[in-house]
Design a protein around this ligand. Structure first.
Ligand SMILES: C[S@@+](CC[C@H](N)C(=O)[O-])C[C@H]1O[C@@H](n2cnc3c(N)ncnc32)[C@H](O)[C@@H]1O
Length: 258
């Protein structure tokens, strides 16, 4: 195996407190930490904990295609490992949940024979389950990236919970320092084909700081297009109805078990 390796870790959502013990060790022990986090406290900790820390935020150039930005980040991570360094890529949340670069860097490095792994972290969905008191097992749960949901006209089961990510960035294929939210009404228009106008919709923002409460807006779906939405908000649609039992299957299952 060539020298040089990659460990991709997540810092969780809440500054410092969500970092797991194994992620902490990985940051401290790596030759270099390349990081992309969205709070200053975590960034400051990485700067102290690793001998060669470097933020990846300069890759986010205003107006640049997001796919190009993510591709450049992957190239950067991969090239440092190829130089023989043990690199730790540090992303916020869970590093592999709605986050492509970590997966792609690992895939490419493994194909070249390097050691590469991902450690789990606390994601938005983990915080949401705790803060909103929702168990994804009660109804089942579907997660979609909002733009993907819209442009592929995804089919959803309205009898199960739906989580839509990146609703503040609908259609924003280019990086914008001040996202416009112009695509949100289109998302609402599509959702109104699937849910009644009065259907409760939750706009959820987990708190990045331990002492602060999450921001939870509950409003009828029809009002979401005009709501104040932060770029990091996640949308939650509770089930519209409880699905009927398939009586025939229920009977067959009973017979099997009796
Ligand atoms: C690129 S994804 C990164 C997700 C991250 N890897 C995770 O594990 O949660 C960004 C999206 O995650 C969600 N998100 C990130 N931070 C959040 C927060 N503090 N509260 C609610 N949703 C958040 C939003 O849907 C946002 O558009």
């Amino acid at each position: 195996m060539p020298s040089g390796s990659l460990t991709v870790v997540g810092t969780g959502i809440q500054a410092a407190t969500h970092l797991t013990a194994e992620a902490r060790l990985a940051v401290e022990q790596a030759d270099e930490a390349l990081y992309l986090v969205n709070d200053a406290v975590t960034a400051a900790w990485i700067e102290r904990a690793n001998p060669k820390p470097r933020s990846l935020t300069p890759f986010y150039e205003h107006g640049k295609d997001r796919r190009e930005i993510y591709g450049a980040i992957v190239d950067e991570i991969v090239s440092r490992v190829r130089q023989g360094l043990d690199v730790c890529a540090v992303l916020y949340g869970h590093p592999g949940v709605f986050a492509w670069p970590g997966h792609e860097a690992i895939r490419r490095l493994r194909a070249e024979g390097f050691g590469a792994r991902m450690l789990p972290g606390i994601s938005t969905e983990d915080c949401l389950v705790a803060d909103l008191g929702i168990d994804p097992a009660s109804s089942g749960c579907q997660s979609y990236e909002a733009t993907d949901f819209l442009v592929r006209r995804r089919t959803i089961d309205t009898g199960a919970l739906v989580i839509l990510w990146q609703v503040g960035l609908v259609g924003e294929w280019r990086f914008d320092r001040d996202p416009t939210m112009r695509g949100l009404p289109l998302l609402v228009e599509r959702l109104l084909e699937l849910y009644p106008a009065e259907h409760e919709t939750i706009l959820y923002e987990a708190s990045p700081y331990p002492m602060c409460e999450p921001i939870v807006q509950r409003l009828p779906l029809r009002a979401v297009g005009e709501a104040e939405v932060s770029p990091v908000v996640t949308m939650v649609l509770p089930p519209r109805e409880e699905p009927e039992f398939d009586r025939e299957m229920l009977e067959r299952v009973r017979l099997r078990l009796s």
